[in-house]
Design a protein around this ligand. Structure first.
Ligand SMILES: *Cc1c(COP(=O)(O)O)cnc(C)c1O
Length: 390
């Protein structure tokens, strides 16, 4: 008999009951160190007191009005994010893939309205992940996601990640934009070099394309900058965010420059729930914490320390771990043993991490961790590797 919850995931047989900071307890009272952060979503950990306060304050006042009316929290958050980024305007969504869909529509509409209706195609990279809508699976085009769901939208030309020659060779008069994650998340924590990101900007400018960064996983402080592309000192025309900005509340946004947003006039796009007052109260609160003086510097420092500690573990356990890579608190351990076995063994010892492609495990702790959490994680990984090496 089919489970009442559609079985599209092979879920771990654990139900969690409560969390506090980087720790989470299951219904049997067992405590885990949560370095999944809900897949880079719980940027401030579980039950952060300030987020709880802001959410409950808003919950007592107003939850939802629809986008037929102005929403004060949207105007506040958008104003702050335009101050902090390249963007001049943005559309609020409930998830990452909706922010990405808005990016695709925005880019096409820009070319349509500026005299290039033939520009409708996108260059994307192998190993990319942009979500699970029919359009987003057509972009990522992995058999696992697309099998049985065709016909796929024919609008995406895929080139190898970090290969500029092939990317430039794939540009045609129909190309509208380039869409890239600054660090491939699901693709196995593969970091785009600053030179590559700058060269994408150059190619986009040279051929009249719009550059889209998918920062749904890398954004909102995860890498130690507010957005990962800041490390390369290069700005996109369009950026999708989600995951971290809600700290666990479902919210996303598509951030756009004034130029690129030219076609997005009233009636062109919409969402019933997107940017409702409850979501905006939480997202504004997350931004309060992440932009507080010293917060991002501390994330970068903590990331450097954690990466160094993981590098030492890689050196100690060559039969289990091959490499550590990433930026800030978006780290990946490439495994020698099957990554699924490593994830399971770590969980048995009390540490939760996320598998990714390329036989990698993702280390995505809350941005608020400190020395005690690093020490606890390192001790668990060390012990688990000893067990696995036997
Ligand atoms: C998670 C993710 C998405 C999809 O977000 P959803 O909220 O699951 O729709 C898209 N792009 C990247 C890079 C992601 O990490």
């Amino acid at each position: 008999m089919i489970p009442a919850v559609m079985p599209t995931y092979s879920r771990v047989d654990i139900v969690f009951e409560r969390g506090e900071g980087a720790h989470i307890w299951d219904t049997d009272g067992r405590r885990f160190l949560d370095f999944t952060a809900g897949i880079a979503v719980n940027a401030l950990g579980h039950a952060h007191p300030y987020l709880v306060q802001k959410l409950t304050e808003q919950a007592g006042k107003l939850w939802h009005t629809s986008n037929l009316f102005r929403v004060a929290g949207q105007e506040q958050l958008a104003g702050r994010l335009t101050e902090l980024t390249f963007a001049d305007t943005m559309f609020f969504t409930n998830s990452g893939v909706e922010a990405w869909e808005c990016a695709v529509k925005t880019v096409r509409k820009y070319h349509h309205d500026t005299g290039h209706p033939e520009k409708t195609r996108f260059i994307v990279v192998g190993g990319a992940f942009h979500g699970r809508s029919t359009t987003a699976i057509a972009a990522a085009r992995s058999e696992k996601m697309t099998g049985g769901f065709g016909p796929l939208l024919d609008a995406f030309d895929q080139v190898p990640f970090e290969n500029l020659n092939e990317l430039r060779a794939a540009i045609t008069p129909q190309t509208a934009g380039i869409i890239v994650e600054p660090i491939l998340g699901e693709g196995g924590i593969r970091v785009a070099s600053p030179d590559y990101l700058r060269a994408l900007r150059q190619a986009a400018d040279e051929f009249g394309l719009l550059l889209v960064f998918d920062e749904i996983q890398t954004g909102v402080g995860r890498t130690g900058k507010l957005f990962a592309h800041e490390w390369a000192d290069v700005a996109p025309d369009v950026m999708c965010i989600a995951k971290g900005i809600g700290g666990g509340f479902p919210v996303g946004a598509c951030l756009v420059s004034e130029k690129a947003a030219a076609g997005m006039v009233p009636g062109t796009h919409g969402s019933t729930f997107g940017g409702n007052p409850l979501a905006m109260a939480v997202a504004n609160a997350v931004l309060d914490v992440v932009t507080a003086p010293g917060f991002l510097e501390k994330v970068a420092e903590t990331g450097t320390r954690l990466e160094a500690a993981l590098a030492a573990l890689v050196a100690r356990h060559p039969a289990v771990l091959a490499d550590v890579r990433g930026k800030g608190l978006m780290l990946g351990l490439k495994c020698v043993k099957p990554n699924g076995d490593v994830v399971t063994a770590l969980r048995r010892n009390g540490l939760l991490v996320v598998p990714a492609a390329d036989n990698v495990i993702r280390i995505l702790p809350p941005l608020t961790i400190g020395e005690p959490e690093i020490a606890e994680a390192v001790a668990i990984i060390d012990k688990t590797c000893q067990e696995l090496a036997q």
